[in-house]
Write a protein that binds this ligand. Sequence first.
Ligand code: ADP
Length: 530
Amino acid sequence: MNENKNSILIVDDDTSNLMELSHILRSDYKIYAVKDGANAIIKAKESLPDLILLDVIMPGMDGFDVLVELKSDKRTAEIPVIFITGMQTNDKESEGLSIGAMDYIRKPFDTKVVKLRVSNQLKIVNLQRELQNAVKMAEAANKSKSNFLASMSHEIRTPMNAIMGITNILLQKPQLPKDTIDALGKINSSSNLLLDIINDVLDLTKIETGKMDIAQEEYDLERLLIDVININTPRLKNKPVKFILEVDEFIPAMPVGDATRIKQVLNNLLSNAFKYTHSGEVTMDIAYEPKNDGVMMEFNIIDTGVGIDHEQLKILFEDYARFTTELGGVTVEGTGLGLPITKKLASLMNAELSVESTPNVGSKFTVRLPQKTINDKILGAEAAENLRTDRLPKDPSIGFVRKKMPNASVLVVDDVEINLYVTEGILEPYELKVDMAANGLEAIEKIEAGNTYDLIFMDYMMPQMNGLEATTLLREKGYTAPIVALTANAITDKAEMFLQNGFDGYITKPIDIKEVDNVLNKFLNSHISH
Ligand code: ADP
């Protein structure tokens, strides 16, 4: 019972006042009593009372001095103070209130008034405490939710790697019946959608936990725009929609910012424009204005699509707001997380994202993005013209030719058997010599036994010895051939971490066949048979 009682520190140099107040309050509260300012401060720091009743006029430190001192210490600053005063002047009262006193009680004491003033103040204290606890619990719950989501999306990547990898392996086989190709194509696109959802959830989690860092690096704007166009134009394949790209040729060619996040923002907006437009045009217009240390870039993505009505517009950037799940009988794929993430990414980059839209007429999304510049290089007329014209629908995932490298040998290190099966299958068309190891230790043993490899694909998380340890050890032993990490960990920002730790590159799971192709062409270039 005693434990739940609020505690009060009473400070007064007059013993009879101390006794009287103690007497009034003793039955309801735990009381500490001291007779001067210096002791008041010592006691307050030691016992952290819920409330302090403080006499104003005392020899030595007076009430005002004590209050100022209490406010200057983090531990005692929030303890409410009621002044005990015999003074009748409002002047002094306002002085006390202005430096942080909560209330006044007057001598001679009126028992009822004292009790009420004290209990009112403590009600506030207790409510604040409950609120703080609620906030703490909500934060803890949010954190554990985020951690849960992060580890789940990691776990989901292994089976996703199998589903997507095996689908790709089967699609590589020659002369498949058409219905099989169709079915595999559907598995492929559903897997890609599922992966998008997982990545969205992961991004939201990263943003919520403050782990989404924004890079400040020089990037090639033309390259960035080509990537964005290549990813999105395949969506136009069968639609009577014209894609128009206009870019100011004087825009800086190498701005400083976060290319990955800018791509993500533009991808989201452009893919929506393509998704929700059935005929007419989608325009991406890129302009800029000079700013003191760089430029304000403006990206306008304008479509003649279904549009968004007034009510939807109001909640467009809120999490989980999903509207048009059905368009003319066709369900449109998506999570409704794209725009909230886009908005959050934009604000992390100090960019503004705005939208105007009219139902059945179209929408215009605008991103105003401040970017620094460290050189004067401009995009130029030729690049601007290329971007404007070189935008035929391309599907980057199909139709690339795998070069044969029969003289090259590759070691794949992974503890999950199905991952080995998938990587081996993806490598098969290259006709490489493929060897496998189940963990880092086994990989090192193979190399020490005299086996040589032109390239190692090294899983990151493995029992016995993980990829990082194995690579560090190999490098210490003087091993110089390229090692590329395979990772299902999408939370930590990887690029730098891998490159700093002896890896020559990394591929995230589920493994993208195009990325594997890039890696093989880069590191096994001299082994390509012609
Ligand atoms: P998703 O497209 O995955 O559902 P988004 O957050 O990207 O999620 O978009 C949320 C909703 O906003 C979409 O479902 C759609 O109704 C609407 N929307 C977004 N962009 C457009 C657009 N360009 N034209 C019409 N509606 C759009």
